[in-house]
Write a protein that binds this ligand. Structure first.
Ligand code: SAM
Length: 492
C-alpha cells in the first residue's frame, strides 16, 4: 500500500475518533512512520485549504474514483509537499488534474490576498504563526539538569532568551528568525523552542534526557507535587509521560504504582520509563477500577493522578479534522459514556484510605468530561474539596458550579498549549496540609538552588532569577521487539 493509502485510512479513523494521530500512525505498521506522520500532520494543517481546492476544482467529480481523504493527502503532496511520491494509476490521475489544481491554488491566494502558502492556511482559520504552539521540551531531571541542557543547546548555536515573563512570549518564538529558546514561566524544567524544531534525532532526546511533552500535559504531575519518598498511583498511566514526570518529582524515591488497561501501551510505557531512568515504578496491566482499596500495598498511597481516556478533543489534530463530526446524538452518547467512566475513576481514587491529593486531567474541551465530572465527584465525595490550581494561570474552568474557577483549562489560543483541563482535589481533614506545603516549597527552593542554577545566575542572565512562586501549596517553578519498540519511541 502506498503512503497515501495508509495516510487516508488513518484520516478516516481520526474522523471516526478511533484514536489519536500518533497512536494510529504506530498501529499502521507502515515501514516509514516518520514520513507517514509528517505527511499526516501537514495534511491536517492544510485541511481547510485542501478541502476548498478539491471542491472548487471539482477534482472528485467525473472519472476520479478516490475517497476525499485520499484526495487530500495526495493533493497535499502535489501542491505543498515533495510532489507525488507514488507511481501507477493514482499518480496518473493526479498528474492529469495538476494544472487545474495549481490554478485553483493560485486563484485562492489572489482571492485571500496572500502570497505565501503559510498565510493561506492562516486566512482559512488554520494555525497562524502567532498562535502556533512552541515545541516544548521537558528536561528529565532524573538524568540531567535544566542548566546543563541550556548549556548544551547554547553550544549548538541556539540563543537562550532566558525565562519567559509573559505567556505570550512563548507564541512569539514562532515569529522570530533563527535558533532560539526560552525557559517556561510556569513549569520549572520546561524549555520552549520555535514550533517546527525537531528533536527526534537529538542524541539527548534518544538517551532520555529530554522528554517531548506538551506544556499542559506537564501541569498534572506538577500540581500533584508528591513529596519526595511518597507513594503515588498513576491510575491511567500509559505511555507514561506523566509517570516519568512524577518519578522525577519524587527523585526516584518512594513508589509510583502505574496502571493501564492496554497491554501494548503498558509495554511502550515500560520502554519509555527505562529510557528515562525511572526506577521507582511498579507497572500493572490492570483496570484501575478493580484495584482493591484494602490491598496492603496501597495503604500508604497519598497522591493519585487520574488522567483517563477521554475524547481527545483538545488535541490539535482532532480539532482540525473534526469540523462537522463533533456534535449530534452520537457524540453526546459517547461523551456521556466517557464521562461516566471518568467519574468512576475519580471516585475510586478518592476512596483510597490514605489519599490526600488527587489530580484529575483530560485533553478534552468538553464540559461533560471536565467540569461535570468534577462537580459530580465533589457531590459524591464530601470529604474532599477543590484546591485553587495555579491561580496565576489565565484560563479557568467554565462557570458551571461555585468553585469551577479553581479548575484550569488550557488552549492553543490562550495558553499556547493543547486543549487541556485539570482539577486538584484535596482531603478536607488534611492534617498534613501545611507540611505538604512546606515540602513543596522546600522542593522548589532546592530545585532553584542547585549548583547549576547558581552557575547560570552568576553568568548574568537576570531573567533567570525570578522569584520562587508558590501557588496554593503548588510550586510552579523553581519549582515484543526492538524494531517495534523503536517505532513506538520514535514519535514520542
Ligand atoms: C490519556 S491516556 C493516559 C496518558 C498518560 N497519563 C500519559 O501522560 O502518558 C489514557 C489511558 O487510560 C487507559 N485506560 C482506560 N481505561 C482504563 C482503566 N479502566 N484502567 C486503567 N487504565 C485505563 C488507556 O489505555 C490509556 O492508555
Amino acid at each position: 500500500m502506498s503512503v497515501y493509502q495508509v495516510a487516508a485510512k488513518i484520516l478516516d479513523k481520526l474522523q471516526r475518533k478511533e484514536g489519536a494521530l500518533k497512536t494510529l500512525v504506530y498501529d499502521s505498521k507502515y515501514k516509514n512512520i516518520r514520513q507517514l506522520y509528517a505527511l499526516l500532520c501537514e495534511t491536517v494543517r492544510y485541511s481547510a485549504v485542501l478541502e476548498e481546492i478539491i471542491q472548487s476544482s471539482s477534482f472528485l467529480k467525473g472519472d476520479v474514483k478516490m475517497t476525499r481523504n485520499l484526495a487530500k493527502v495526495v493533493v497535499y503532496d502535489l501542491l505543498f509537499g515533495k510532489g507525488v511520491q507514488c507511481g501507477g494509476r493514482l499518480k496518473a490521475v493526479v498528474i492529469a488534474h495538476r494544472t487545474r489544481l495549481r490554478a485553483e491554488l493560485a486563484r485562492m491566494k489572489v482571492k485571500k490576498n496572500v502570497s505565501s502558502n503559510k498565510d493561506l492556511v492562516t486566512s482559512l482559520g488554520g494555525p497562524s504563526a502567532g498562535s502556533a504552539m512552541p515545541r516544548y521540551v521537558r528536561v528529565n531531571t532524573l538524568k540531567t539538569s535544566t542548566n546543563e541542557i541550556i548549556t548544551y543547546f547554547k553550544r549548538q548555536d541556539y540563543t537562550y532568551l532566558g525565562k519567559a515573563r509573559r505567556i505570550e512570549e512563548l507564541s512569539e518564538l514562532g515569529q522570530k528568525k533563527g535558533k532560539k529558546f526560552l525557559q517556561d514561566l510556569h513549569v520549572p524544567d520546561l524549555l520552549a523552542f520555535p514550533p517546527d524544531t525537531d528533536f527526534h534525532k537529538d542524541a539527548l532526546y534518544l538517551a532520555g534526557h529530554l522528554i517531548l511533552q506538551d506544556k499542559a500535559s506537564c501541569l498534572p504531575a506538577l500540581l500533584l507535587s508528591p513529596p519526595v519518598g511518597s507513594f503515588v498511583i498513576d491510575a491511567c498511566a500509559a505511555p507514561g509521560n506523566k509517570t516519568s514526570h512524577i518519578a522525577a518529582i519524587l527523585q526516584n524515591k518512594g513508589r509510583v504504582f502505574a496502571f493501564d488497561l492496554d497491554t501494548k501501551r503498558v509495554s511502550t510505557m515500560s520502554t519509555l520509563l527505562l529510557r528515562a531512568g525511572v526506577t521507582c515504578q511498579e507497572l500493572a496491566n490492570q483496570d484501575f477500577l478493580t484495584v482493591r482499596l484494602d490491598d496492603p500495598k496501597y495503604q500508604k498511597v497519598s497522591h493519585i493522578l487520574v488522567d483517563p481516556s477521554c475524547s481527545g478533543s483538545g488535541m490539535p489534530d482532532l480539532m482540525r479534522v473534526h469540523t462537522d463530526a463533533s456534535s449530534g446524538p452520537e457524540q453526546e452518547k459517547r461523551l456521556q459514556a466517557l464521562s461516566g467512566f471518568q467519574c468512576r475513576a475519580v471516585s475510586h481514587a478518592l476512596s483510597f484510605p490514605s489519599v490526600q491529593r488527587v489530580v484529575y486531567s483530560t485533553c478534552s474541551i468538553h464540559q461533560q468530561e471536565n467540569e461535570d465530572v468534577v462537580m459530580k465527584s465533589l457531590e459524591q465525595n464530601p470529604d474532599f474539596r477543590l484546591v485553587n490550581a495555579l491561580p496565576s494561570w489565565p484560563l479557568r474552568g467554565l462557570n458551571t458550579f461555585p468553585e469551577s474557577s479553581y479548575c484550569l483549562r488550557a488552549s492553543l489560543s490562550d495558553t499556547f498549549t493543547n486543549g487541556f483541563f485539570i482539577a486538584v482535589f484535596e482531603r478536607k481533614s488534611n492534617q498534613n496540609e501545611s507540611s505538604t506545603q512546606t515540602t513543596v516549597e522546600k522542593n522548589c527552593h532546592s530545585a532553584a538552588q542547585t549548583k547549576d542554577d547558581l552557575k547560570v545566575s552568576q553568568a548574568g542572565d537576570e531573567r533567570q532569577n525570578g522569584p520562587v512562586v508558590v501557588d496554593s501549596g503548588n510550586c510552579i517553578k523553581k519549582k515484543t521487539r526492538k524494531r517495534k519498540k523503536k517505532r513506538k519511541t520514535e514519535l514520542q
